[in-house]
Design a protein. Structure first.
Length: 355
């Protein structure tokens, strides 16, 4: 422990001892925390249940939790658990707290957003951009294999860990395969305009897989160029460019990278390259290392509804003790200017009806 103390209230939620707030939004805050049993450092996202109910976000939160339970992959931010039935692990005064709060225990990723790296560094070298793109495709491919479509892929939603590995986060706008209609397509137009696929804009139904892949192509372009392929102040003008795939690759793109990006940013989803096609692409395969992890069976989703249950059986125990709190190295790191964890809680996302 470092010799830095701050007077305050020491709080333990289940087996997690909460530290300083490292991010805050309208509906949630994120706190650094420590698993008192193992010493593991985590991020605890604390959601305000009353505000979620008031703004009719219950289904969105349930979907986000369900999605993250389904995805166990080294390039996706992990949801360790959402707290509802934990035993008290700290011997202090007990306070029932879950009637008004929902606690999501997430992997603590301390390398900031990929977006910040681009802002500070500018365009990336081709090999570095390819490494991040390979990890992104690995994650997206696995999500799709589990029937999960992200629908808001962009550099702001891609985190980096301490070793520079990419982690996909923020599944707040994701869709599950159960949401596909009888025609086999999704029909909710949502996402971030500069990264959204043309078929989503047309609002006639779209495949979540091919729409996600388009966003991956935009991300690859941004990594290598340092700016967006489609960028207009006027939304109508922006959508026209996206519908026609009206973009140009800068001269420093290699011919192989240019060909791959052009095949991904194909405005026709039926002829757009697929993930299996990308995995066989020579430019993509250079230095490629497939993810090495053990695939787990999909978690049950039956307990997700219990998050909003009023039954005391689902309440988590929160305990508090007034005392000086020692700050450890991880908490000090979380205060550095380079760490941006804003995407662990809600931020403005565009989910727009199109006419």
């Amino acid at each position: 422990m470092l010799g830095v103390t701050q007077p305050g209230v020491r709080t333990c939620v289940g087996k997690y001892e909460l530290g300083r707030t490292i991010g805050e939004g309208s509906f949630a805050k994120v706190k650094f925390a420590t698993n008192t049993n193992t010493g593991e450092k985590v991020a605890v996202k604390i959601l305000d249940k009353e505000k979620i109910l008031k703004h009719q976000m219950v289904e969105q939160i349930k979907r986000e939790i369900s999605t993250m339970k389904l995805i166990r992959h080294p390039n996706v931010v992990q949801l360790f658990e959402f707290l509802q039935r934990l035993n008290l692990s700290c011997d202090r005064t007990q306070v029932m707290a879950s009637r008004t709060k929902i606690y999501l225990v997430l992997e603590f990723v301390n390398g900031g957003e990929l977006f910040d790296k681009i802002v500070h560094q500018g365009k990336l070298k081709e090999d570095e951009a390819r490494k991040y793109f390979q990890q992104l495709i690995n994650a997206v491919d696995f999500c799709h294999s589990r029937g999960v479509y992200h629908r808001d892929l962009k550099p702001e939603n891609l985190l980096l860990d301490s070793e520079g590995n990419l982690k996909v986060s923020d599944f707040g706008l994701s869709a599950l395969s159960q949401q596909v209609r009888e025609d086999g397509l999704l029909h909710t137009a949502c996402g971030t305009p500069n990264y959204v696929a043309p078929e989503v804009i047309k609002d006639k139904g779209y495949s979540g897989a091919t729409a996600d892949l388009w966003s991956c192509g935009v991300i690859l372009y941004v990594l290598m160029a340092g700016y967006l392929p489609f960028d207009e102040q006027n939304l109508v003008a922006l959508y026209k460019k996206i519908n026609k795939a009206d973009f140009k690759c800068p001269p420093w793109f290699s011919s192989a990278a240019r060909r791959l990006i052009t095949r991904i940013l194909d405005p026709n989803p039926k002829t757009r390259i697929s993930i299996p096609g990308i995995l066989e692409n020579d430019w993509f395969k250079k230095g490629y290392k497939p993810p090495d992890f053990q695939i787990e069976e999909a978690s049950s989703l039956e307990d997700v509804d219990a998050v909003f249950s009023d039954s005391k059986d689902h309440f988590v125990i929160e305990s508090k003790e007034k005392q000086p709190t020692m700050m450890n190295a991880f908490e000090l790191i979380s205060l550095s200017e380079g760490l941006n964890l804003s995407n662990l809680f809600e931020k403005e996302q565009v989910c727009y009806p199109l006419t």
